[in-house]
Design a protein around this ligand. Structure first.
Ligand code: AP5
Length: 224
């Protein structure tokens, strides 16, 4: 069992790396952003509540995302482990998550904190194209699709996310600094935080994360 959290600012590569590790270890990627975007696209009550805040680059209320994660953790696939991408994002979410895990008798192995300078984040987000169906992120320089503008997985036409407009990116970076960055200290105090240099090719970054996970094997499983 492998239970990981990916922490990092918008554009750090959380989705890219969680997607790769989910395939490698055959455990689900639980992305609150992806789940919310699907709810928006489907026009569900959750999506209607979230849409305006997401488009503006603001966080949606803690109670909404806590409920999403609790439900996702009870899914059969998540019994083998999970890769959380984009949650928790506030101290209130982190404490609610601790309570959920205690109820379920589960523990976090590591919190992988991807470290990327702000100018690189902005460059990545300004070039990103996303599949509206499977949510795979692409970039013309680092991770181009095989056919321009088309998702490799399902053939859907790629889109630019509304919150990738430059003013929304600034708002999202500010939300991260004001509400999420504090979680590094929260998890460091528990000995779970592992900082990983997020600059370099996606293969290089994945190699650094795998090196952290190899440490877990040599240290013995945290989740026997
Ligand atoms: P969410 O979807 O989680 O967005 P985010 O955190 O802003 O993260 P991103 O998806 O923008 O970036 P990423 O780190 O995943 O990077 P990626 O791999 O795509 O959340 C969206 C919204 O939903 C929030 O603003 C909020 O409204 C709401 N929300 C979600 N969770 C919430 C929560 N818990 N609480 C409250 N609200 C919540 O990579 C970015 C680009 O860079 C891509 O083009 C990629 O191809 C490229 N790239 C990736 N790695 C590399 C590399 N190594 N080198 C070069 N390019 C790379």
């Amino acid at each position: 069992m492998l239970n990981l959290i990916f922490l990092g600012p918008p554009g750090a590569g959380k989705g890219t790396q969680a997607h790769r590790l989910a395939a490698r270890f055959n455990i689900p990627q639980l992305s609150t952003g992806d789940i919310l975007r699907k709810a928006v696209a489907d026009g569900t009550p959750l999506g209607k509540q979230a849409k305006g805040l997401m488009d503006a680059g603001k966080l949606v209320p803690d109670e909404l995302v806590n409920g999403i994660v609790e439900e996702a953790l009870q899914d059969k696939a998540a019994q083998r482990g999970f890769l959380l991408d984009g949650f928790p994002r506030t101290v209130a979410q982190a404490t609610a998550f601790d309570e959920m895990l205690a109820r379920l008798g589960r523990r976090i192995d590591f919190v992988i904190c991807l470290q990327v300078p702000v100018e690189t984040l902005v460059a990545r987000l300004s070039g990103r194209a996303t599949c509206p169906v499977c949510q795979t992120p692409y970039h013309p320089l680092s991770n181009p699709p095989k056919r321009p503008g088309i998702c490799d997985n399902d053939g859907a036409a790629l889109i630019v996310r509304p919150d990738d407009a430059p003013d929304r990116v600034r708002q999202r970076l500010a939300e991260f600094e004001n509400k999420t960055a504090v979680l590094s200290g929260y998890y460091k105090a528990r000995g779970l935080l592992r900082g990983v240099d997020g600059v370099g090719s996606p293969d290089e970054v994945e190699g650094r994360i795998l090196a952290v996970l190899r440490d877990r094997v040599t240290q013995g499983p945290a989740n026997p």
